[in-house]
Design a protein around this ligand. Structure first.
Ligand code: THU
Length: 128
């Protein structure tokens, strides 16, 4: 079962695999299921910039591809000075597949803030 700091550590380990030669921003994400499993992702950039995938979506899709279901929390860490929050596209994907999870954002040293996803994405587009 992953504790809070273990989730941060998993996100930071995932960040090491970041492929970000264009932006130079390394991002890692670790997604914890309600039964304590952890799935990770990092941002992957391509020379055709628009094909870039954010760390959060890589983590969500990896978890789903592994058959994971109910999610509790995502930790996001980046190489930036201040903790970064997920982009709009990732917020929408997180909402669809994870619901109103806890979102904890960290800088590399562990400085962090926590939100509910509904604080970051009020009035989301929902399943219809
Ligand atoms: N990025 C993420 O991986 N997650 C975010 O929440 C924001 C942005 C990535 C995408 C791109 O590789 C780099 O950070 C700069 O935008």
């Amino acid at each position: 079962m992953a504790t809070k700091n273990e989730l941060f550590a998993a996100a930071r380990r995932a960040m090491a695999a970041s492929r970000s030669p264009y932006s130079k921003l390394k991002v890692g994400a670790a997604l914890r299921t309600k039964d304590g499993k952890v799935y990770t992702g990092c941002n992957i950039e391509t020379a055709s910039f628009g094909l870039t995938l954010c760390a959060e979506r890589v983590a969500v899709f990896s978890a789903l591809a592994s058959g994971a279901g109910k999610f509790a929390e995502i930790a996001i860490v980046s190489s930036a000075e201040e903790p970064i929050t997920p982009c709009g596209a990732c917020r929408q994907v997180l909402w669809e597949f994870c619901g109103d999870i806890k979102v904890s954002v960290y800088n590399r040293k562990g400085k962090h803030r926590s939100f509910r996803l509904s604080q970051l994405l009020p009035h989301p587009f929902d399943k219809f």
